[in-house]
Design a protein around this ligand. Structure first.
Ligand SMILES: Nc1ncnc2c1ncn2[C@@H]1O[C@H](COP(=O)(O)OP(=O)(O)O)[C@@H](O)[C@H]1O
Ligand SMILES: [Mg+2]
Length: 202
């Protein structure tokens, strides 16, 4: 089945766009959602994480303290690498399981924030869709949805793939500078293209 990688920086609108595609019948696989599940109660990543990280990075119930871990990996590149070395293969495994499952959808959108830096995830997709907006809008929208400060959001953006690199790699582009109606129109147009693509693949 046609699988499109959906990427873009924090707050650019990946989840919002994915919801619009879902309403049109697309299958959505969100690696952020998978990462949450892996580190929630009974999450299969927890034993390996406990073996590597101090108790301070977990809640009393043993689940991952995401805020504490976020702070740690900002300041320590080695910790970030350790976390990714544990999580990425498990996320990939879950993605492959979901892709292998029978689905009535004509195509799948795979949401991967760091898609362009992740060869194993790039190998799962036939096209790349970039959701883009200005950094000022990213900061404004993320501040509205979370407790993060403008400085923290700016730091996250600085660690993500530069916009120019994303533009160069993308097959398709959604610009999320305006309102949700404008977003829905762009999704509708791409949905038709993906349906066509998926019938060529049949
Ligand atoms: N066009 C838009 N206008 C206003 N708010 C938006 C728009 N697109 C997204 N948002 C809001 O901005 C925040 C970030 O969008 P989200 O889809 O969660 O981004 P991402 O998944 O890329 O991090 C969310 O709270 C979302 O509701
Ligand atoms: Mg999201």
């Amino acid at each position: 089945m046609l699988c499109i990688g959906l990427t873009g920086g924090i707050g650019c609108g990946k989840s919002t766009v994915a919801e619009l595609f879902r309403k049109l019948g697309a299958q959505i696989i969100d690696t952020d959602v998978i990462a949450h599940q892996l580190t929630q109660a009974h999450g299969i990543a927890l034993p390996a994480l406990h073996a590597e990280f101090d108790a301070a990075y977990f809640h009393a119930d043993g689940t991952l303290n995401r805020a504490a871990m976020r702070e740690l990996i900002f300041s320590q590149a080695a910790a970030k690498l350790t976390l990714e070395t544990i999580l990425h293969p498990l996320i990939l495994q879950q993605v492959q399981l979901q892709l292998a499952r029978p689905s009535t959808a004509r195509y799948t959108l795979l949401i991967v924030p760091l898609l362009l830096q992740s060869p194993a995830f790039l190998a799962q997709v036939q096209r790349i869709l970039l959701v883009d907006c200005s950094e000022a809008l990213q900061i404004q929208r993320v501040m509205q949805r979370s407790q993060l400060s403008a400085a923290q959001i700016h730091n996250i953006i600085a660690q993500q793939t530069p916009r120019a690199t994303q533009f160069a790699a993308a097959d398709d582009l959604i610009s999320n500078e305006l309102d949700l109606n404008h977003l829905a129109l762009q999704v509708r147009r791409l949905h038709d293209i993906y349906l066509q693509q998926s019938s060529i693949n049949d």
